[in-house]
Write a protein that binds this ligand. Structure first.
Ligand code: 5RP
Length: 232
C-alpha cells in the first residue's frame, strides 16, 4: 500500500472509532491535513451524532461545511460543554505519543482546540511513527515582526537550521519558521523552552499535551493503541 492508501485506511478506522466512542449530540474537535480531510469526507454516517465541530483551520471549516456539519467557534461553546474528542493527524509521533505537528501550518489553532478536548486521537500512516522526533522540521509560528530576530536566536540557541516558509501565511496572519536538524530527545522540555521566546506564538511540539489514542495504518493492518498501554 502506498502512503495515500495507508492514510485512507487510518481514516476509515478513525471513523469507526468515532462511531464507537463519540457520545450522542457531541461537539467534535477537528484537526487539519490530508488525513483529516479523509476523515471529514467519511463522516456522513455519523452526522446525526455530531451536533457541531470546532475546527482548527479555515480549510477544515470549509470541508466540514461541505459535509453539512455545523462549525462552532470555540468562543461560542455553550458553558460547561467539553469536546469529548479532538481528532488530528501528525507529522511525527514517538512511542510516548509526543508529536510534531504543523506541517500544514495550522499548529496554533490545533493546539488550542486540542487543549479543550478530553481525548486526543491521532490518526496517521505508519511513516509518522518515529523513535526520536526531529527528522521532520519543527514548525514554529511567529509574529511577522519578530521573524528574523527569532530565526537568528533559534539557530544560535538550538543549533537548528532555520528556514522561513516564504510562500505561507497562517490563518492567524503569522509566519512559519521550520527548524531543521534537531534530534528532540526531551520534547516536553523543548516545548516549554520555546514557549518563552517573545514573538514565538506556538511551537509544533505537542508533548505537554500529547495524544491519548493512536490509530496508525501499517502495511499489515491498522493498529489502535492507548497511551497508557505504550507510554514509558
Ligand atoms: C497540520 C498538521 C497535520 O496534522 C500534519 O501536518 C499531518 O498532515 P497529513 O495528514 O497531511 O500528513 O499538523 O498543521
Amino acid at each position: 500500500m502506498n502512503q495515500n492508501e495507508l492514510k485512507a485506511a487510518a481514516a476509515a478506522a478513525a471513523v469507526q472509532y468515532l462511531a464507537q466512542h463519540l457520545p450522542a449530540d457531541a461537539i467534535l474537535g477537528m484537526g487539519t491535513g490530508s488525513t483529516i480531510n479523509l476523515v471529514i469526507d467519511a463522516l456522513a454516517p455519523l452526522k446525526d451524532r455530531i451536533r457541531a465541530a470546532v475546527s482548527s483551520s479555515e480549510a477544515s471549516t470549509q470541508r466540514l461545511a461541505a459535509q453539512g456539519i455545523a462549525v462552532l467557534d470555540l468562543n461560542d461553546l455553550p458553558m460547561g460543554t467539553e469536546l469529548p474528542i479532538y481528532i488530528d493527524g501528525a507529522d511525527e509521533i514517538n512511542p510516548r505519543f509526543h508529536m510534531i505537528k504543523g506541517g500544514g501550518g495550522a499548529l496554533t489553532r490545533e493546539k488550542i482546540v486540542a487543549s479543550a478536548a478530553r481525548t486526543f486521537v491521532c490518526v496517521c500512516d505508519a511513516s509518522k511513527e518515529v523513535d526520536t522526533l526531529g527528522a521532520f522540521p519543527l514548525p514554529v509560528e511567529v509574529i511577522p515582526l519578530a521573524r528574523e530576530h527569532l530565526a537568528r536566536r533559534l539557530a544560535a540557541d538550538l543549533g537548528a537550521r532555520v528556514q522561513w516558509r516564504t510562500d505561507f501565511v497562517t490563518d492567524n496572519g503569522n509566519h512559519i519558521l521550520d527548524l531543521h536538524g534537531l534530534a528532540i530527545t526531551e520534547p516536553v522540555a523543548l516545548e516549554e523552552a520555546l514557549n518563552h521566546y517573545p514573538g514565538l506564538v506556538t511551537n509544533g511540539l505537542f508533548a505537554r499535551r500529547g495524544a491519548d489514542v493512536l490509530i496508525s495504518a501499517h502495511a499489515d493492518g491498522v493498529r489502535l493503541r492507548n497511551k497508557t498501554a505504550t507510554s514509558a
